[in-house]
Design a protein around this ligand. Structure first.
Ligand code: PLP
Length: 384
């Protein structure tokens, strides 16, 4: 018997109270009972997104809301900027091209954040850009892009929306939509929301809703306007993932009790303890601007990430992710999102120490774990 632990940057370990509630017999979605739950979720999400706008709840993976963030804002031929600094940035480009948009892609070296000055320069040269698409946290490289700085540029442009993929940001790192001036903010259930995959969330600013009025891309299932009309009646346009919404209510309740600010601090603490542990172990942090939602550790040349990850998952029950594309075999990625705590980060570090040792790259045992412990103990409550 192996006890399995999931530390991948999505899907993640599911919140316990959500698991219990989701296991109850299903209810019908066109009922006052479900509408009450749905209303509670829609209200709670506004706080998490930091917005006074409606947060739409779609049934589908995060890419559904990303697709909608193109089709509901743009028309074929429209000029847009996409920031490609990894797998998910590349996805913005691919979706936009599929819908016939005129894409200016800003390529960013993997592991680095985009330069706001480069975005500004591109916008100055192309005043007709309808939207800028980027990630808050580029999960493939564990890098945080400077969203606040980019928003400070786009918020002065009435015809240009800033569209942020916050799928590994909302609920993990600060991303206050209204305060920063983000126009479209997207998230999903299987990352910081610590639910199974299957829900996507999206909110639009007034500027974005205005662009929606003239957006001609074909859209049906992911029609935001139709979804917003349904939300006003405490329901969804189509049959929703009822169980997941029931689970969502439990996560939102817990966040309400803890306080969102405290929750984000907690996530940052898991990240800094993990980074301290990895560095003490002699591993480098891959990103030049690390996100607090996920950490990528650069492995020694002699160790292949895919083999190490397979070993840890299948032999000792610890799930982490290898890299993707050009860094597929060079990094392992550890999530700080999900139903996790400091003990899980110590387990992850122990698993890495075990794996590295077994793959012939001995590390001084306990060194990484001890460094992370120091960080965690420094912020543990005092004894009375
Ligand atoms: C996980 C993730 C997505 C969404 O992918 P889906 O598989 O469609 O849920 C998009 N962007 C980022 C940054 C992600 O981490």
């Amino acid at each position: 018997m192996i006890k399995n632990r999931l530390y991948t940057p999505g899907p993640v370990a599911v919140y316990e109270n959500a698991l219990v509630e989701m296991s109850r017999p299903i209810m019908h979605h066109r009922t006052p009972q479900f509408s009450a739950i749905f209303r509670e979720c829609a209200q709670g999400l506004k706080k998490v997104f930091g917005t006074s706008q409606d947060v739409l709840i779609l049934s589908g993976s995060g890419s559904l809301a990303m697709t909608g963030a193109i089709t509901n804002i743009c028309s074929p031929g429209d000029k847009v900027i996409t920031v490609n600094g990894g797998k998910f940035g590349e996805r913005w480009t691919k979706i936009a091209q599929k819908y016939g948009l005129n894409v200016i892609e800003i390529k960013v070296p993997w592991g680095q954040p985009v330069s706001p000055a480069e975005i500004k320069k591109t916008l100055d040269a192309n005043p007709d850009v309808r939207a800028v698409y980027l990630q808050a946290s580029e999960t493939s490289t564990a890098t945080a892009h400077p969203v606040q700085e980019v928003a400070a540029i786009t918020r002065n442009l009435p015809g240009t929306a800033l569209v942020v993929d916050g799928i590994t940001a909302v609920g993990a790192i600060p991303m206050p939509m209204d305060a920063w001036g983000i126009d479209v903010l997207v998230s999903g259930s299987q990352k910081a929301f610590m639910l199974p995959p299957g829900l996507a969330f999206v909110a639009l600013s007034e500027k974005a809703w205005k662009l929606n009025e003239t957006a001609k891309c074909p859209r049906f299932y992911e029609d935001f306007k139709k979804e917003r009309a349904a939300l006003k009646d405490d329901t969804t346009a189509w049959t929703p993932a009822v169980s997941l919404i029931i689970g969502l209510r439990e996560v939102l309740k817990m966040w309400e009790q803890v306080g969102m600010e405290k929750w984000l601090e907690r996530t940052a603490l898991l990240a800094s303890a993990t980074r301290a542990g990895l560095e003490a172990m002699g591993l480098q942090i891959y990103s030049k601007r690390p996100s607090d939602s996920v950490t990528a550790a650069l492995l020694p040349e002699s160790v292949q990430a895919k083999k190490l990850v397979k070993y840890m998952r299948d032999k000792i029950g610890v799930g982490m992710a290898a890299g993707q594309d050009e860094i597929e075999n060079r990094v392992v990625r550890i999530s700080h999102m999900g139903y996790l705590d400091g003990f899980d980060m110590l387990t992850a570090l122990h698993a890495l120490e075990t794996g590295l040792t077994k793959f012939g790259h001995p590390v001084e045992l306990g060194k990484g774990v001890a460094a992370a412990q120091k960080v965690l103990i420094a912020s543990a409550p005092d004894a009375k």
